[in-house]
Design a protein around this ligand. Structure first.
Ligand SMILES: C[S@@+](CC[C@H](N)C(=O)[O-])C[C@H]1O[C@@H](n2cnc3c(N)ncnc32)[C@H](O)[C@@H]1O
Length: 204
């Protein structure tokens, strides 16, 4: 294991733990067999409600060898499967396989988010839910302009994260109908603090 492979999941885990206070509320609508795209270091595992029956965690990276991740996996009270692959390609699941798809702070870094969303929609049962919390484009035009200016640099230093994506629009472009959406400013640097928390269903 190289230094980068050791450091990257630890750094990700530390940064993303700062979001833990938002997880329970965001994940409250998740239920049944869940596909979690952008599983990261498994931080959501401790926050799923008892309505969740199983989780399939998918990520482009495995984050192996992280003791905190193994502890979370060990504590999970539902069957958990993990797979390492990119979400913006074809997913190896039958259409309608999952009751629910979850992303938390992941659409920002998927290279082709609309393609990934369309594939998430395919593997979701008719009537199933897409549950998400993401950061994205600010409602204020002035802040959004700064996000656009700084995004190319930010993307380069932050492992492909984009700060300026209009999450609600992308979700709809991916074939979902928003049934609930809250937008709010969380703590932390303003350019990264604009949250989109929502639930969507497959549009017909
Ligand atoms: C900011 S982290 C969030 C991790 C986790 N969802 C959380 O809430 O702590 C974004 C995650 O998305 C994953 N990711 C980015 N692009 C991806 C892709 N195309 N396919 C699958 N996973 C991807 C990254 O590897 C990373 O684990």
């Amino acid at each position: 294991m190289g230094l980068r492979d050791w450091f990257q999941p630890r750094m990700l885990d530390w940064v993303m733990r700062q979001m833990n206070e938002l997880r329970s509320e965001a994940l409250a609508a998740a239920e049944g067999d869940v596909l979690e795209v952008g599983f990261g270091t498994g931080l959501n595992l401790d926050f799923y409600a008892s309505s969740v029956k199983s989780v399939t965690g998918l990520d482009r990276r495995a984050a192996e060898g992280l003791p905190a991740l193994e502890e979370r996996v060990g504590r999970a009270r539902f069957p958990l499967e993990r797979c390492t692959l990119r979400a913006d390609g074809e997913l190896p699941f039958d259409a309608g396989r999952f009751d629910c798809v979850v992303t938390t702070w992941t659409l920002c870094s998927i290279r082709d988010p609309v393609r990934a969303l369309a594939e998430m929609r395919r593997v979701l049962k008719p009537g199933g839910r897409y549950v998400f919390i993401e950061h994205g484009r600010a409602p204020s035009a002035a802040t959004a302009r700064w996000q656009d200016r700084l995004n190319p640099l930010w993307r380069r230093i932050s492992d492909g994260c984009n700060m300026n994506r209009p999450i609600d629009r992308l979700v709809e472009e991916g074939g979902f109908e928003l049934t609930g959406l809250e937008r709010f400013r969380h703590t932390g640097p303003g350019l990264l603090a604009h949250m989109y928390r929502g639930v969507a269903t497959r549009s017909p």
